[in-house]
Design a protein around this ligand. Structure first.
Ligand code: NI
Length: 198
């Protein structure tokens, strides 16, 4: 089932999300719905707060970042992106390392805005997978980037929070418009500051 994606301005996006346990009701269905919702919106990641649930869960599929194999100068950050599809439950980023690099991030909750965000190259993360197996893994490149962005969501942080005061001020009007539903978007959203919803 496709769920409406919560837009910028909804308080759920600013809340630190709660851990869940194995008794969480209908978790497999929720995860399947989150993947379906993410694909419908052409996203590479979706965190539970974005569908209105303040829990520590996100899904990713980095396949759109995969390159054609005959690319002349392969992007080292795109290595193994094909099939990078995972579920992260109760994740903890244990460590971030390497040089900071900039990438123009977008967010399904903030349609039509992309801005460069600086993040470190590598992360070490522990989490439970969908079968409640505890994992600890390291990621770099675009994988790390997607995970860092989604992890921020369960901490109540948006990519716009990483921008300079000046840059954010330049976006004020557009962000206010998004929260009111004044934006062209081709997937289902829920806007906090409009009476009708949509
Ligand atoms: Ni996002």
């Amino acid at each position: 089932m496709i769920l409406p994606i919560v837009a910028y301005g909804d308080p759920v996006l600013k809340k630190e999300a709660e851990e869940i346990d194995q008794d969480y009701p209908n978790l497999d269905q929720l995860i399947a719905d989150m993947f379906e919702t993410m694909y419908e919106a052409s996203g590479v990641g979706l965190a539970a707060p974005q569908i209105g649930k303040s829990i520590r869960l996100f899904v990713v599929d980095g396949s759109p970042f995969a390159e054609d194999e005959d690319e002349e100068e392969p992007d080292p950050r795109a290595v193994d992106m094909e099939g990078f599809k995972q579920v992260f439950i109760n994740p903890i980023i244990e460590e971030e390392s390497g040089k900071e690099w900039g990438f123009a991030e977008g967010c399904l909750s903030i349609p039509k805005i992309r801005e460069e965000v600086m993040r470190k190259e590598r992360i070490k993360i522990s989490y439970f997978d969908q079968n409640w197996q505890l994992k600890e893994e390291e990621f770099d490149g675009y994988k790390a980037r997607i995970i860092q962005h989604e992890y921020d969501h369960i901490e109540g942080v948006l990519f716009t929070d990483h921008l300079s005061v000046l840059k954010k001020r330049l976006l004020t009007k557009r962000l206010a418009n998004i929260s009111q539903g004044i934006v062209e978007v081709d997937y289902r959203m829920k806007f906090p500051n409009t009476k009708k919803g949509r």
